[in-house]
Design a protein around this ligand. Sequence first.
Ligand SMILES: C[S@@+](CC[C@H](N)C(=O)[O-])C[C@H]1O[C@@H](n2cnc3c(N)ncnc32)[C@H](O)[C@@H]1O
Length: 481
Amino acid sequence: MTSPVHDAIKDAYETIAYVGRPHHPTSPTLLAAIGQLHGLAPRTGAPISMLEIASGDGSNLLPIAAAHPGGRFVGVDLSARLTASARELAAALGLRNTTLIEGDLRALPADIGRFDVIVAHGLYSWVPADVRDALMRAIARHLAPAGVAFVSYNTLPGGWIRKIGFDALKFHTRAITDPAARVAAAREFVDLLVETWRAQPGPGKALAENFARESARDDGGLFHDDLAAVNEPIYVTGFMRHAAAHRLAVFADADPASLDPGGADAALIERYRARGVGMEEQILDFVHLRQLRQSLITHAGARPLARPDPRRAEGLHWAATAGYVRRRIEGGVPADPVGETLAARFPATLSWEELAVSLRGRGAAIADPATAVHAAWVGGIAEPSTHPITPAILPSARPRASAVARAQASRVEFIASLRHIGVRLADDTARTLLPLCDGTRTHAELASALVRAGAVAPGADTAALVERHLAQFASAALFEA
Ligand SMILES: C[S@@+](CC[C@H](N)C(=O)[O-])C[C@H]1O[C@@H](n2cnc3c(N)ncnc32)[C@H](O)[C@@H]1O
């Protein structure tokens, strides 16, 4: 089962770690809800079971497991180093519902069972063909009958644009064997390339804009993504064919806006839609030069709907998206009744009944709540969940941050919120304050503890500082109700 490419991938992750982060679109309650909107049998209220393939250091899986103590969670990853740090965090959190397997997805234990949700993020494009094939086999074997699998991959044609940069970095560092020296040389070259391309007219300028963000990546990102031995983007139709060969069907993208034609010619899109499965997605990917897909897959026999059904919005829980709330604060978003209603309870969800009653109360403008909520979802205003998510809306008298957030505050850059969004804390004061919020301290006691920890500048108004941070933590869904 070993091969030079495969060994190189394993060695790479032992040499330079890959620091994970919560990836919101992999939230199982969101994925199952999208499945429901596409006609898959409702799973409302049932305990969650989730398998994460390439679970890395557990930054994505473990916060989800902590939020669903009654669920069942399994992570598998090739890297001993990353699995060890995942196990360390799982032990610190006292998780009893999670199994972390250090192993190759090509040899998954047969007895791990079936899962409502399977996630493989940041894997498919970076592994050789036999591993990609094994991933599809694992999904076919371990996905529950109406389950949803999430697979992200670099896609074409946008992938060609990034590939120019990736190839340039690999070419420039081809003779360097020491990983740290390779990363350092690549980092220097990114900046030089971006600067040079930016000064050119035409394609150079566009490439520079696209590639500029690579320079902000951490070492793990540069090494494992940009300099990776395998990095093969694929057309969405090719991915769909691969899934179909395993009797799986790609029924949606995790981003509901993926079918938004943008400025594209509506008649052209309509013509392509009529041509068959995947044609509309493919023409839109050409039109928008798409670079990344987050495909949602189920068993072909589950017969998912190609289009979400607005009627199925009923029975789900709904929340305002963080993006909508941010845009609303910044100003300039057109008033939206669904968004306004949900924003009032942000970051918590509202049940369908609560939302529908509230919308009907708004009068004739919302005669049909299901259609309005569906439009808000596709428009990036609202998002569904099969389960209620109820973080505190305001800091309580003795605020309590989730155990995950407290454990992660001083360890990682992005900590997981109760909405499974990666939150970057503002500064060292915030990083000191958050772990102190364990439900035992009043606001005044938090202020004193902060001073004792030396986390406040002399002369600062500590009480006001604490209030400001607590309000930010609450709106970032870091506090339990
Ligand atoms: C780019 S990282 C992504 C990790 C994580 N999903 C994330 O997004 O943060 C790719 C991961 O795939 C794992 N991996 C690569 N080949 C694998 C295989 N054959 N079986 C299991 N895991 C594998 C690596 O160890 C690494 O942790």
